[in-house]
Ligand binder design. Structure first.
Ligand code: MN
Length: 719
């Protein structure tokens, strides 16, 4: 009988290590069987892999599961701990985890892997706090963070097997990212251990000196402390307040951080050693406080009521500093048992709770909800916008923000739903205005690509790019929208000025004169009447459709009025190139393309709108002949310029017909911009397609190619 088989007879098929099995005593037999299965699965997946310590790799996931078991986490989390490295380090897929252990576990493992992966990609992250938030935002399920913390804790416990460089790097990252996350979640025990190991590895000398100083100070004080504890205990007993009393010391890193942050000398850190009193209820906390203040004088300004006003991470307690025996400062903390649980296990104390049916993981847990809501309320009071916990709602982390990297490793914070274009504007307005292409995680993406936390975004800019009105459809940040609007307004005005000048000149030509020949005094007189400063303002007004070019030409010429009446028939068409920019729009009702007879309508504020001359819409809307401008397609249009054209196709309804027609269009190198499909009435199906064409010849070619598909097919241009 092999060793494995022997153990199997004791512990079932999973061969679960005895220590872990013992720590999981709070799970029910069915859950234990699931954990055993996960262990067997993980052990097989990692078979042959070793840790740097020389142990079998599976010892690591087992240790991580053990840490989570100490926190009393649910079966799904324990299973996820056992499998947390299989996606990253073995051939196992998310699908296989889902099949074997359910979607919940698969999602947690996947979340942990994403964070692990992220860390590997971005060594040079500068903004630790944003990085913390990014991790939290990426973890839709808080259990992902709990598994990751347990993973990190075990890696810290086995840090001695890493190279000196790695030790320092991992220690720094732990102090900057993971210990603060543990603190945010109120998991004090985890935080302390991460800090102790991290501090000793990152700054061995400072750690040693401070630890010695703390030790010495504790040595000097411990007698006084014990004496004070006895006095207090006796007084509480007399008042009939049941309690536990103990002393607690700050860890060296907390002292270091406090000195650093508040620029204090070591001797000014008063709470290195504290007395902690745990009582049954909140009333007793305040009664205890009163009794203690009658025993020893409080130091003014040091009393803190974190029961009425909890800290951002949910911590509650009463803190006071006393003038103790021999004038020594004594910090005393008073709290209930529940508050103590929260201070040590943090969110884990809330989200997992024991019932008869086993352990429940539940963010619906009333207590957890209250905790979270309390934090949100607190956040509003204090205006502390950095607190991610506002986002803790409805069973997981639902962040309102996404955090993405620049190629240099800087983190940009954007609102949820923000696109690559928003990112470009967030980096710099000029980058946004010139944004041509974006690369998201090394792949080319559209400007409207919705960003997700953890992605790396690179923007490629080009001088010739200018904002398109369509950008406003997917730019969501105020900064981007404002910059785009301003730039469009500017471009529109420029284009309108140019068009207006051309229109005025054409109207003057019809009167046998040119703009250059207009007398300056006549121009100035007209500007004055219109309340304009400069001739370019007049051109812009014409281009925007606010003034009619023919009328303006007549007024510029004054007494030559009659001449105008006579020669107006000579009025020529204005050539259109299709490159005029924002001053000219093409009517959506008739979709004019080169080759069509066209006519322009001046729309006040909008400028020149180009219609086909047979467009009914246009005929109805134009009341005044003066608003119409004769147009023609310019012969020196850029050949690649494309225009949308709408066609309607009627065909015997058959499955896959749409694909056949779309394929046929694609063969002619023509883009389809839009397809709408009417449910077949009887046997005939109708679809309307908007395609991009260069001119009417191109359109005719496409239409005749579509006709090849079937004899019964009807194709016509939408009028
Ligand atoms: Mn791991």
């Amino acid at each position: 009988m092999t060793h494995a088989a022997k153990v199997q007879t004791h512990f079932g098929q999973g061969n679960l290590p005895a220590d872990l099995l013992k720590a999981l005593a709070y799970l029910n037999p069915e859950e234990i069987r699931l954990v055993e299965r996960a262990y067997a699965f993980g052990a097989e997946a990692h078979a042959g892999q070793l840790r740097l310590s020389g142990e079998r790799f599976i010892s690591h996931p087992v240790a991580v599961a053990g840490i989570s078991a100490e926190l009393g986490l649910d079966a799904a989390t324990i299973v996820a701990c056992l499998l947390h490295d299989v996606l990253e380090d073995t051939a196992v897929t998310k699908q296989e985890i889902k099949r074997g252990f359910g979607g919940e576990v698969a999602e947690i493992v996947d979340g942990v892997s994403k964070i692990t992966h992220l860390k590997a990609e971005s060594h040079q992250v500068v903004q630790a706090e944003s990085f913390q938030k990014m991790l939290l935002a990426m973890a839709r399920d808080l259990r992902v963070i709990l598994v990751k913390l347990a993973d990190r804790l075990h890696n810290m416990r086995t840090l001695q097997y890493q190279s000196a460089d790695n030790r320092r790097r991992i220690a720094r990252e732990t102090l900057q990212i993971y210990a603060p996350i543990a603190q945010r979640l109120g998991m004090d025990n985890v935080r302390r251990e991460l800090e102790d190991i991290g501090f000793a590895n990152l700054y061995p000398f400072r750690q040693k000196i401070l630890a010695d100083m703390v030790e010495r100070k504790v040595g000097q004080r411990i007698k006084i402390m014990n004496k004070a504890c006895e006095t207090i205990a006796a007084r509480l007993k007399l008042a009939d307040i049941p309690h536990e009393i103990a002393s607690r010391r700050k860890n060296a890193y907390s002292v270091y951080r406090k000195m650093h942050r508040k620029r204090l000398h070591f001797s000014e850190v008063l709470d290195i050693l504290a007395i902690r009193i745990i009582v049954d209820n909140v009333d007793d906390c305040y009664r205890t406080l009163g009794l203690i203040h009658s025993l020893y004088k409080p130091r003014p300004g040091y009393f803190k009521d974190y029961i009425a006003l909890p800290k951002a991470n949910g911590y509650q307690s009463l803190h006071t500093v006393l003038f103790g025996p021999q004038g020594v400062s004594l910090e005393v903390q008073m709290r209930t048992r529940e508050m103590n649980e929260v201070s040590e296990y943090g969110i884990a104390a809330h989200v997992a709770y024991k019932t008869d049916a086993g352990l429940q993981w539940n963010m619906d847990n009333v207590q957890a909800k209250e905790w979270v809501e309390g934090l949100a309320a607190l956040r509003r009071q204090t205006g502390d916008s950095v607190d991610f916990l506002e986002n803790l709602k409805g069973g997981g982390l639902v962040a309102d923000e996404v955090y993405v990297f620049t190629p240099e490793g800087n983190i940009i914070t954007l609102p949820r739903g923000a696109t690559a274009l928003d990112f470009a504007f967030a980096v710099h307005t000029d980058l946004g205005l010139r944004c041509q292409k974006v690369i998201v995680n090394q792949r080319l993406a559209e400007l409207n690509h919705k960003l997700q936390s953890g992605q790396t975004v690179q923007v490629l800019a080009a001088k010739e790019v200018c904002p398109h009105p369509g950008w406003l459809n997917f730019a969501v940040t105020a900064k981007a929208r404002l910059a785009i609007r301003n730039q469009l307004k500017h471009l529109h005005k420029n284009a309108a000025t140019e068009l207006g000048k051309r229109l005025l000149n054409e109207s003057l030509k019809a009167l046998d004169t040119r703009l250059d020949d207009v007398e300056p005094k006549r121009m100035n007189a007209l500007l004055k009447v219109l309340g304009l400063d400069h001739d370019t303002d007049l051109f812009a007004e014409i281009g925007l459709g606010n003034q009619m070019p023919a009328l303006m030409a007549r007024r510029l010429l004054g007494e030559k009025n009659r001449l105008w009446r006579r020669s107006s028939r000579k009025s020529k068409s204005l050539p259109i190139k299709g490159t005029e920019g924002l001053a000219i729009t093409y009517a959506k009702c008739c979709c004019p393309i080169p080759g069509d007879q066209i006519v322009g309508v001046m729309n006040p504020g909008k400028g020149l709108v180009v219609h086909r001359d047979r467009c009914n819409n246009m005929r109805q809307s134009v009341r005044h002949k003066n608003m119409q401008i004769l147009l023609e397609w310019s012969s020196d249009r850029p050949p690649e310029q494309e225009f949308p054209a709408a066609i309607r196709v009627r065909v015997q309804h058959k499955r896959g017909m749409l694909a056949v027609i779309a394929g046929q269009i694609a063969k002619t190198q023509t883009n389809i911009e839009n397809i709408s499909f009417t449910e077949p009435a009887g046997a005939v199906a109708t679809m309307t397609l908007v395609i991009s064409v260069t001119d009417d010849k191109h359109l005719k070619k496409v239409m005749s190619d579509i006709r090849i598909v079937s004899k019964s097919i009807q194709v016509e241009r939408v009028k």
